[in-house]
Design a protein around this ligand. Structure first.
Ligand code: PLP
Length: 421
């Protein structure tokens, strides 16, 4: 165990200072309104507030809604917002324009995308997903399977190549996440996509933990379908619209089950029969939440002039430094790092295991260091390279060591479970 006032700490502090001084994205932090005294390591759950959002919201509410009223659907281009914002997300996930749409929630987009995938691969009885996938992805896979009379197979990414070699021709669609939401492990998107497609199935990626965090190159990898949320690394705000990616080659046959009037080829023709719009616009359902959509659009400007490769390089530097700090400052305090050490296997978060995970996360939050906890014993720390510094990382771990050494987390007030952990 290293005292939190030690030469080792001084060395880490000097390293943090030099890494931050050389950071090409340092100025981007000013594009976010971070509260004074807070180290925010939960941007993998809810991104921090981008400075561009409050004025955009004031304009959307007062001028666009308050003054322009319903004319805003045309005059302020509200109608086009799902496609416009979709393209802005598309730039961050390697999708050429016209393939990404913003709207609804990840869960809804997943339902439509998985169902449409099943319809694109008739006669194939299996739907593959990860037993470690986020619950909504597993629930929706089960529900889609029940609706279409298919079977869900839960297969960890490591077991996929063998499974596909044996039963691949029975797989309609595989729904996976590049990043494990608990451990932060990054899976090989290219190899998985290739293996699923070689077997004739479709690949659907859930990019909730990847969009805005690392380059995913959907077009380059030839991915079929993808979904993701707008509120994590894209910082679009609580409940921000999700997004749907449909590769251009699939759009003409993309047949989703939730067929609302916004996705009709002629929405104001008011026909009683559904005929889908051309292009990814057929992924639209009903009236989009315009205020949230405009908040997301403003939030995405935080990425202006920033290449995803730069985001990735800084994110890896932050998570690598996190692991080094943890090795030095948390040694002997009961923690185990579960996030892989190899950079190519790390997403943009670090997860530590500790038997007192919940109380520790609460005690840290009381000090202004915000991470979160996933049952039963995981402390998750997300790093958003647009606004986190190496100094933040060191401060978080130093304080975590102090909390454990002083047994601060044993205080009664940190024991009670809140609804959201
Ligand atoms: C991988 C993944 N998919 C989906 C969701 C959530 O879906 P929704 O946005 O519909 O709540 C999450 C939320 O954390 C997630 O981590």
């Amino acid at each position: 165990m290293v005292s939190t006032a030690s030469p080792a700490l001084d060395t880490l502090a000097a390293r943090a200072a030099s890494l931050d001084a050389a950071d090409p994205l340092a100025a981007v932090r000013e594009r976010f309104l971070l509260p004074e005294g807070v180290v925010y390591l939960d941007g993998n759950s809810l991104g921090a507030l981008p400075a561009a959002v409050p004025p955009a919201m004031a304009d959307a509410v007062h001028r666009q809604w308050g003054t322009d009223l319903i004319r805003s659907w045309n005059d302020n281009s509200w109608w086009d917002a799902p496609l416009r914002v979709g393209d802005a997300v598309g730039r961050l996930i390697g999708a050429a324009p016209g393939q990404t749409l913003a709207g609804d929630s990840t869960s809804v987009q997943l339902f439509n995308a998985l169902s449409a995938a099943v319809r694109l691969r008739p006669g194939r009885p299996l739907l593959l997903t990860d037993p470690g996938h986020f619950p909504t992805d597993q629930y929706i896979a089960d529900s889609v399977a029940r609706l279409f009379g298919l079977e869900v197979r839960r297969m960890p990414p490591a077991g996929l190549p063998r499974f596909l070699a044996e039963e691949g021709e029975r797989v309609a669609v595989a729904g996976y996440s590049p990043v494990d939401y608990r451990t932060g492990e990054l899976h090989d998107m290219a190899a998985t996509t290739r293996a699923v497609q070689r077997a004739g199935g479709l690949m659907l990626w859930d990019l909730c933990h990847a969009a805005g965090a690392l380059p995913v190159g959907l077009d380059e990898l030839g991915v079929d379908l993808a979904v993701g949320c707008g509120y994590k690394f894209l910082s679009g705000g609580p409940g921000a619209p999700a997004f749907l990616y449909v590769a251009e080659r699939h759009q003409a046959a993309f047949d989703q089950p939730l067929t609302g009037w916004n996705g009709h080829v002629e929405p104001f023709g008011l026909s009683g029969d559904y005929a889908p719009a051309e292009g990814v616009g057929r992924g639209r359902i009903g009236t989009p939440p315009i205020l949230s959509m405009l908040a997301l659009e403003a939030a995405l400007t935080a990425f202006d002039g920033v290449a995803m490769e730069q985001v990735r390089a800084k994110s890896l530097s932050l998570t690598g430094f996190f692991l080094d700090c943890a090795d030095t400052l948390l040694d002997g305090l009961g923690f185990t790092a579960v996030t892989p050490r190899a950079p190519e296997r790390r997403g943009s978060q670090v997860t530590l295991r500790h038997p007192d995970a919940y109380a520790l996360v609460r005690a840290l939050a009381a000090r202004g260091v915000i991470g979160d906890m996933r049952a039963p014993d995981m402390l998750r720390f997300g790093v958003n390279a647009l606004y986190i510094t190496h100094r933040d990382v060191l401060s978080a771990i130093r304080q975590l060591a102090e909390v454990v050494m002083s047994a601060e987390h044993r205080d009664e007030r940190f024991r009670h479970r809140t609804t959201v952990t």
